[in-house]
Design a protein around this ligand. Structure first.
Ligand SMILES: C[S@@+](CC[C@H](N)C(=O)[O-])C[C@H]1O[C@@H](n2cnc3c(N)ncnc32)[C@H](O)[C@@H]1O
Length: 213
């Protein structure tokens, strides 16, 4: 692949910042004190499909930093519920959320998460995970699909019967096959493009409800 010239890369960067600053969802997030505009994607989906209505749910938030999903999840659970959040990066603490720093695909991190779960089955797994992008489309798409696979495996191993999985995916090579694989584990599978997701982005959410083995 041809290398981008420095000046082109710079122009692209400033265009990104400009788009970001003018984005109404970014402005709303700033007004409402959210850590990220991503919060609105989660709330739209949870509200529309009436998920996490019981406050004693056990929820796992994969790829949680900077924490806007974790904040929303904490508001939907009480002291009988549990939110476990995991990320490669550090996250500012969120009240009533147990944060674990690590790679959720690694045994050590999984063991730490299991220790917090202490045998409880999970009501819902959410994953907003995005890998670090290399800029090489095919490589990035393959990484995304690999992480989707890992998130699905985590859900299959930890969800209770009737539980749900919400996962960010990316349209492209491997998406249809992954969607089919995920469909096999849930009574219903929905493909969702929330209003706060940029139209130009290939990001798309998959919601599997009513997990069944
Ligand atoms: C789009 S951000 C998540 C935003 C978050 N949902 C929020 O609302 O603030 C994606 C996150 O996935 C994390 N991530 C990527 N690969 C991961 C992995 N293997 N294990 C844990 N976290 C990972 C990244 O570090 C990044 O913080």
């Amino acid at each position: 692949m041809a290398k981008q010239s420095k000046s082109k890369a710079k122009r692209k960067t400033s265009a990104w910042y400009q788009r970001h600053a003018n984005d109404p969802h970014v402005q709303r997030a700033q007004r409402e004190g959210k850590r990220s505009r991503a919060a609105f994607k989660l709330t739209e989906i949870l509200n529309k499909y009436q998920l996490l209505r019981k406050k004693d749910a056990v929820v796992v938030d994969l790829g949680c930093a900077p924490g806007s999903w974790s904040e929303e999840l904490a508001q939907r659970t009480n002291e009988n519920g549990l939110v476990i959040a995991v990320d490669l990066l550090e996250m500012e603490p969120v009240s009533n959320v147990v944060f674990i720093r690590g790679d959720f695909t690694e045994a050590e991190t999984l063991a730490a998460m299991d220790a917090v779960l202490n045998g409880r089955a999970v009501n819902m797994v959410v994953s907003d995970i995005a890998p670090e992008m290399s800029g090489h489309k095919l490589v990035d798409q393959a990484r995304c699909m690999g992480l989707n696979d890992e998130a699905l495996s985590y859900a299959v191993n930890h969800l209770r019967e009737g539980g749900h999985l919400l996962l960010k995916s990316f349209m492209g090579e491997g998406f249809d096959a992954f969607k089919q694989e995920m469909r096999g584990w849930f009574a219903t599978l929905r493909v969702i493009k929330p209003a706060a997701s940029r139209k130009a982005s290939s990001e798309i959410f998959l919601l599997g409800t009513e997990f069944r083995r």
